[in-house]
Design a binder for this molecule. Structure first.
Ligand code: PLP
Length: 450
């Protein structure tokens, strides 16, 4: 039997990261997709396309599930921090902060956005493998935690931290392999991130002599879009070993940050653990390792990005031209592409799509959904199953909340789309659509060329 887009409607009570469409997705009497009580066609009429549509309920549910799971399964204190590189903007940072989460930032820009969104400096953790001196000074001035990545940074910080001691965590590379795209693997030894653990004694000795740097904890992150349990559990045990060693050097470590990385469902072939199961497994591994080391379970920090925000958002496009290559394929072009979703061209990421106003129509066509950019590789979806569509129909690509807007560009001078937050039938713009005027705002035409 030919299936329809109804197969993507969420099951009751499941975890956001295990659903392709946001939790509030339903189909209305006109056979149109609704999210947050707003029909996608009315949103596109009102706000234009392409349009990022963020479901507030899904985002808040994911944040709550993380927080509650740590409280349920871990005997010590816990803090969940949102890895805001997934999508750093005022509204999303504000929502996660209002749910009691902290924020992981990787640049001065992300840091200032998090602060402006209401995050408390003590709950902001500043990552990055090449923070500028100005960025380090900004983090010190604002009182944020700094996750130190390398020797240059630690030496620079010891010269900057003159007024009062600075709280730091150390990022170490655990040497744990996991099965994900090589560009988003970070825990293997040959990674640009983090200290080499074979020099851990040297590092701890150095730090034990630096009175102006207060090492409050240890951090590791093994990669992103990970479905397996084992690497995260192995990491927990490795980190408890480092933590115990840090105490023997007299370092005041009190927290372990196990990173993020839990995968999400982009297609029906993906089967990530639920947020609850992931936390349960990591908490149990930490607890067991602490028991073995006769250690009281320290404060644990986890920093999910993708699994918090990805499945709360869909992107709506308008279908335009199409091209039949006889005997080979049919291209269906949309009004966006690699500039609003660079993941397919960067990581060969696979997405699904639905025709937003024909939700129950049988999917009888296999098409290639192409973007509008001057790049043959600008294909959003290969072999997409859709019902017959017309130019002007709306195509929705789900699971676009993570590493889409935050990696968006103006390639081909295409303005970045707007984003709206939907809830209970209301839609609020959280990011304005860029204009052509915005595109030339920073251009200069020197006088002598005029
Ligand atoms: C240090 C660090 N923490 C957390 C994350 C978030 O990972 P994810 O979005 O897979 O949860 C990343 C992203 O790769 C990261 O580099």
């Amino acid at each position: 039997m030919t299936s329809s887009a109804l197969q993507y409607l969420p099951a009751r009570g499941s975890a956001p990261n295990q659903e392709i469409l946001p939790l509030t997705a339903r189909v209305n009497d006109q056979d149109s997709l609704e999210i947050g009580g707003c029909s996608i066609d009315s949103l596109v009429q009102k706000h234009g396309s392409p349009l990022y549509i963020v479901d507030e309920v899904t985002l808040r549910t994911a944040a709550q599930q993380y927080k509650q799971a740590w409280q349920k399964y871990y005997p010590g204190e816990s803090l969940v921090i949102y890895a805001s590189k997934a999508w750093n903007c005022l509204a999303i940072c504000h929502i996660v902060t209002s749910e009691g989460l902290g924020i992981d930032v990787v640049s001065g820009g992300e840091l200032l956005t998090a602060l402006q969104a209401g995050a408390k400096p003590q709950q902001i953790y500043f990552h990055g493998n090449n923070k500028g001196v100005n960025e380090l000074q900004l983090a010190i001035d604002k009182g944020c935690n700094i996750v130190v990545d390398n020797w240059w940074e630690i030496e620079t910080l010891s010269t900057l931290a003159t007024a009062q001691p600075v709280s730091i965590m150390l990022r170490l590379t655990p040497g744990i392999e996991c099965h994900t795209h090589e560009y988003i693997r970070t825990g293997h030894l040959d990674s640009k991130f983090g200290f080499d653990p074979t020099r851990i004694d040297e590092l701890f000795t150095y730090l034990s002599k630096q009175t102006q740097l207060r090492c409050i904890g240890l951090h590791a992150h093994i990669g992103s879009q990970i479905f397996e349990q084992q690497p995260h559990q192995d990491l927990a045990a490795v980190m408890v070993g480092w933590f115990t060693k840090a105490h023997t050097y007299g370092l005041p470590v009190s927290e372990i940050n196990v990173g993020g990385g839990l995968g999400v469902k982009y297609t029906e072939n993906d089967d990530p653990q639920s947020i609850d199961t992931w936390v349960q497994g990591v908490a149990a591994a930490l607890e067991a390792a602490c028991k073995e080391a006769s250690l009281t379970p320290p404060r644990v920090i986890s920093e999910p990005g993708r699994s918090l925000v990805a499945n709360s958002c869909v992107t709506a496009y308008t279908i335009g031209s199409n091209k039949e290559v006889p005997g080979i394929r049919r291209y269906l072009a949309v009004d966006g592409g690699m500039s609003d979703n660079p993941r397919p061209i960067t990581y060969q990421s696979v997405y699904r799509c639905v025709a937003a106003t024909k939700m129950s129509a049988p999917c009888t066509e296999i098409v290639t959904v192409a973007g509008k950019h001057c790049e043959s590789g600008d294909v959003l979806i290969h072999n997409a199953s859709l019902p017959p569509t017309q130019p002007g129909d709306i195509l929705v690509v789900p699971v676009t909340g993570a590493y889409n807007y935050s990696m968006a560009s103006n390639y081909n001078r295409i303005p970045r789309p707007a984003a709206v937050l939907v809830k209970d039938g209301n839609s609020d713009v959280i990011i304005d659509r860029e204009t052509y005027a915005d595109l030339v705002k920073h251009d200069q035409l020197p006088e002598r060329l005029r």
